[in-house]
Design a protein around this ligand. Structure first.
Ligand SMILES: [Mg+2]
Length: 189
């Protein structure tokens, strides 16, 4: 049973507040998505699906994509990583769409990813491990946003700096918590 924390940001914090915070992508609650008529998943790559720059497909990851596709979701990996044959192969193995060389939170790249899966912003959920790229970009676009804990501790130097700022934002999120006691499977507020 997936556990998650749900938020509804207001005021200046609105754009930095994810709808959900999860431990990992494997906790993504499908009923919650379906209730909101989400039909496309835009997911970050590094430290969200795999450890930083470790582009191997674990069986569990392949299963996760298979489950999402089986449930009728379309998926696209949206990453700031530079194009590489390894990433391309990975997306092919997972049978998912791919937008590489993005500059999240720049909107243009989110738009491109949405086009790939033929979804409007409100039909899409952005998943990632960073507030200032994944969550901010997704919120600006008008998508649902899910923040997961990063998989590894290794990351790009610039990211480490943003983490300091991110920690301050996350420390303030608690007041935007939606009280959802019966979170198990039933995502009603
Ligand atoms: Mg990431």
């Amino acid at each position: 049973m997936a556990e998650y924390l749900e938020f509804k940001g207001t005021g200046p914090m609105r754009l930095l507040t994810p709808n959900l915070r999860l431990k990992s992508i494997y906790d993504l609650p499908i009923p919650w998505l379906k209730e909101r008529r989400v039909r496309a998943i835009l997911t970050d790559l590094d430290n969200t699906l795999v450890p930083w720059r470790d582009y191997r497909v674990a069986a569990e990851l392949a299963d996760w994509f298979r489950t999402l596709h089986g449930e009728g979701f379309r998926t696209v990996i949206l990453t700031n990583a530079r194009p590489s044959p390894t990433i391309k192969e990975m997306s092919e193995e997972l049978q998912t769409e791919l937008v590489v060389g993005a500059r999240k939170p720049v909107q243009r790249f989110f738009r491109r990813a949405l086009e790939r899966v033929d979804a409007s912003p409100v039909e899409a959920c952005v998943i990632g491990d960073q507030v200032f790229t994944d969550v901010l970009g997704g919120n600006l676009m008008g998508c649902y946003t899910v923040l997961v804990e990063r998989i590894g501790r290794r990351e790009f130097f610039g990211t480490k700096i943003m983490r300091l700022l991110e920690r301050r934002v996350l420390g303030r999120l608690d007041r935007f918590r939606v009280q959802n006691e019966g979170v198990e499977g039933d995502a009603s507020r």
